[in-house]
Write a protein of this length. Structure first.
Length: 406
């Protein structure tokens, strides 16, 4: 029997989000009434092209860019890959600087480049997941083709100083790219006041459908396309455009702009309530990521629970209708512990105990209350049936209960 979304508490919004009803409503006519090809010269096609431009303008407004700087892709991974491929080809240089905590779309592509003779520097992160700016100063030089640093980490929610890094890269004559897939729609972004050259974003992280993304390319930035075919997207990305999803993406960005205050107040307060409740009621729990709330996305919480395996906790949560994750959905199925947590110096044992909770504007206080009622019992039951040794790692949260203390 299938599970209805009405029966679940969904706390895995960094993996994907529900498509907003307003987005679905705006998309539907493009499946049934307006199915033409936007590249066609007749009015039926031109009408679709106009709707695409409307969506492009909505996306640009959300991130403070010019509509002509937005180019549609199929997903965040394609945007990331295209940005790095172009930088290497255009610059003729053979060095990339990035971080050890990037999304796998960057990590795996850079690993591939290494095998092709490109020098790749994976800058380390601190134990709280933040980046020391001195690492950027040390490694970015005139030989660097591109520096790519994510705006917000998908597992911990930790924010990186991308504005400052972009400014430094500009002084060095180096292209700067940021994977902002998790940041767009959650925190204010204004690229007109930034030195960022390229930025990746995607629809399904902000209540648009899967299968649609975009790449911001600053005006006058030279670019070499990865996908070559027709002249769509002004030659920056070949292939017939996914009009329905593009329209939905635009609507989702309009909604995100309107809900930004809610994301940074009510949603943040719900996340903080969950965080405080966990550390007050569960022993041997450890926060993975910056302790200062303002250094993390307002919706994200990553916690390790000693003496348990994350998979067992997730299965028990699922039995109670609560959806969370053990990290990036893009690495689900891997036996290796999270490369992000390993980069932070967290032991493999503790990394395997990590649970990520990520909220959205659709979450409610009763849902957080129900989660806090269920989680301590789940952890206690698993620990009783599978006792283990204490695993070394980060210090507990300041409000955490520890063994032997109430």
């Amino acid at each position: 029997m299938s599970i209805s979304s009405k029966d679940i508490i969904y706390l895995d919004n960094n993996a994907t989000t529900r498509v907003a009803p307003e987005v679905v409503e705006e998309m539907l006519p493009f499946f049934t009434e307006y199915w033409g090809n936007p590249s066609s010269i007749y009015r039926f096609g031109n009408q679709l092209r106009m709707e695409m431009e409307k969506a492009r303008a909505r996306i640009a407004q959300l991130i403070g860019a010019d509509p002509q700087e937005i180019f549609f892709t199929s997903c965040g991974t394609e945007s990331d890959n295209s940005a790095l491929n172009s930088a290497l080809e255009i610059s003729g240089r053979k060095k990339i600087v990035t971080t050890a905590a990037e999304h796998s779309a960057i990590i795996k592509q850079c690993t591939k480049f290494q095998k092709q003779g490109v020098e790749v520097v994976f800058m380390p992160v601190r134990p709280d997941g933040t980046l020391d700016f001195h690492e950027v100063e040390k490694h970015v030089d005139e030989e660097t083709a591109v520096c790519s640093v994510m705006w917000a980490n998908n597992e911990t929610g930790v924010l990186f100083p991308v504005e400052e890094i972009a400014g430094f890269c500009k002084l060095k004559g180096v292209l700067f790219h940021t994977d902002a897939v998790q940041a767009v729609g959650k925190i204010p972004i204004c690229l007109k006041r930034s030195k960022i050259d390229m930025l990746s974003l995607v629809g399904h992280k902000l209540h648009a459908p899967k299968g649609i993304g975009a790449l911001y390319i600053r005006r006058r930035t030279r670019f070499s396309p990865t996908i070559i075919g027709g002249s769509q997207e002004r030659g920056r990305r070949g292939g017939t455009e996914n009009v329905a999803s593009i329209v939905g993406f635009g609507k989702a960005c309009e909604l995100a702009a309107a809900r930004m205050e809610d994301e940074n107040t009510r949603v943040r307060n719900l996340r903080d309530k969950l965080e405080t409740g966990i550390f007050l009621n569960i022993q041997d729990a450890h926060l993975n990521g910056a302790r200062q709330s303002e250094k993390r996305l307002p919706n994200t919480l990553n916690v390790s629970f000693d003496f348990v395996e994350a998979e067992a906790v997730l299965l028990q949560l699922d039995q109670r209708g609560i959806c969370a994750s053990s990290g990036s959905a893009c690495t689900t199925g891997s036996l290796e512990p999270s490369h992000v947590l390993k980069a932070m110096g967290i032991s493999a044992a503790r990394a395997r105990c990590a649970i990520r909770f990520s909220l959205s504007t659709y979450n409610t206080e009763p849902e957080i209350t129900r989660t806090l009622q269920a989680l301590p019992d789940i952890i206690e039951r698993i620990r009783k049936t599978s006792p283990g040794e204490m695993t070394p790692g980060a210090a507990p949260h300041p409000t955490a209960r520890t063994s032997g203390k109430s």
